[in-house]
Design a binder for this molecule. Structure first.
Ligand code: SF4
Length: 418
């Protein structure tokens, strides 16, 4: 690799690290054209930097030149930084070289906007097209859509990318106006809506004509910056819920703002990125997508912020003790899912196992239930615990005391999911 290319790579990989929306999940591109590589359901492994960000793919910007001046962004035009831009050929060459050496399992390609949206999008399109058609690259490709790019370019890019995403950036229009006055949410919702419709249309066509190509086969996602503007957790998750519903998103990513600007609209440089809050938002998102919770159950006018010191499922249970104790031996699967300390896998195992007899404490522990947590919310065949004896605040104190003694051993700032 030439010195100049190495230099560009340093600049443009560093600039891309602020974008967290880069996990694969769901791509199933098969190597059916005798090319190179294969991206399947769990095809991309992730590694994480110290602050928990995913860096597994070749994650780069095409350029960090930008005509816009979004206050939260390191590539904004007013920022005095070293600028660089790859050529189309350079990105293709880097991707193929890294892929052949097994350094990466795919490409995550984003970009600042130079000249205008179409000028930039057209280059992104040329890269993915060249990779797929000339290099026969079958690895995973996540492509950022440039807001304002024409539908023809977006549509063509969608035939070659596994996933496309476009960042909402700030959870509310007012937050966006504050930090990026030139942008609107509509510039994001329009392409998201277009891609969603194209996904549906291509799927329908494939039912009739088998040779119809796949379109954005791993779906689309978005990202919100958290903590740069004063939105509540309730506002953030309501926006996420709406976007999941309206645009059939695969994922919403929450990126804790890392202070990078001396700007009185933003948190001061040196203040801590909201990593625990970010983690709690991911947990809430998980509860909405896999546990059947409605956003209003977890966050509402009475509770607009997530508990920082306990996870959102436990927090909900403590505020809703009238639903407990749940009799593990008779309750419906969906009810069992709502018990703190019981995840999807253990809930399924419980429903299976109880067909063969009443479940007891030992069996629940073997199944994988976090019994020390769950015991405050369940009844089983030999359950000694009387929930009515305690208030929510007391149960919270018991659980925290136990989990503190458990986690004190580990020197970690990254939280577990549940
Ligand atoms: S348009 Fe994108 S790259 Fe440009 S300043 Fe705004 S967020 Fe940064």
């Amino acid at each position: 690799m030439s010195e100049r290319l190495r230099e560009k790579l340093n600049i443009l990989a560093d600039a891309a690290k602020y974008d967290v929306s880069c996990s694969s999940s769901g791509g199933n591109r098969k190597n059916d054209n005798k090319g190179l590589g294969n991206s399947h359901a769990s095809g991309i492994c992730h590694t994480y930097t110290e602050d928990g960000r995913c860096v597994s793919l070749l994650k780069i910007l095409l350029t960090n030149h930008c005509i816009f001046d979004c206050a939260y962004c390191v590539s904004r035009k007013s920022n005095d930084i070293t600028r660089a831009a790859f050529t189309v050929e350079e990105v293709v060459e880097l991707t193929m070289n890294f892929y052949r050496r097994n350094y990466i399992e795919g490409l995550f390609l984003s970009s600042g906007i130079f000249k205008n949206a179409d000028f930039t999008m057209e280059r992104l399109l040329r890269i993915v097209k060249k990779l797929r058609l000339e290099e026969r690259f079958n690895g995973y490709i996540h492509l950022k859509t440039i807001p304002g790019a024409s539908e023809e370019l977006i549509r063509e890019a969608g035939m070659y990318a596994d996933r496309m995403s476009i960042n909402l950036e700030m959870p509310t229009e007012s937050g966006l106006k504050l930090l990026a006055p030139e942008k609107t949410h509509q510039q994001v919702t329009q392409p998201l809506g277009f891609i969603k419709n194209q996904i549906v249309q291509f799927k329908e066509e494939r039912k009739l004509i088998k040779s119809t190509p796949k379109f954005v086969s791993a779906g689309q996602s978005t990202q919100m910056v958290i903590g740069a503007t004063p939105e509540t957790d309730q506002e953030i998750m309501q926006t996420a819920a709406l976007f999941y519903k309206d645009f059939s998103l695969k994922r919403v990513y929450y990126s804790g703002y890392i202070p990078i600007s001396y700007d009185n609209r933003l948190p001061m440089i040196g203040s801590q990125p909201p990593l625990i809050r970010e983690n709690r938002l991911y947990q809430t998102d998980w509860l909405m997508r896999f546990y059947g919770f409605h956003v209003n159950e977890l966050l509402n006018d009475a509770n607009p912020h997530l508990d920082i010191d306990i996870d959102p499922k436990l927090s909900w249970a403590l505020r809703n003790l009238q639903h407990f104790p749940v009799d593990i031996n008779v309750a419906a699967y969906k009810v069992i899912l709502r018990i703190p300390g019981i995840g999807v896998t253990s809930a399924k195992k419980i429903v299976q196992a109880r067909k063969f007899g009443k479940l007891r404490i030992d069996q629940l522990k073997k199944i994988g239930v976090a019994y020390n947590r769950a015991k405050h919310f369940i009844k089983c065949a030999d359950s000694p615990y009387q929930l009515k004896d305690y208030q929510g605040s007391q149960i919270k104190a018991f659980i925290q005391a136990e989990s503190q003694s458990k986690y004190l051993k580990y020197d970690t700032s990254q939280l577990i999911l549940f």
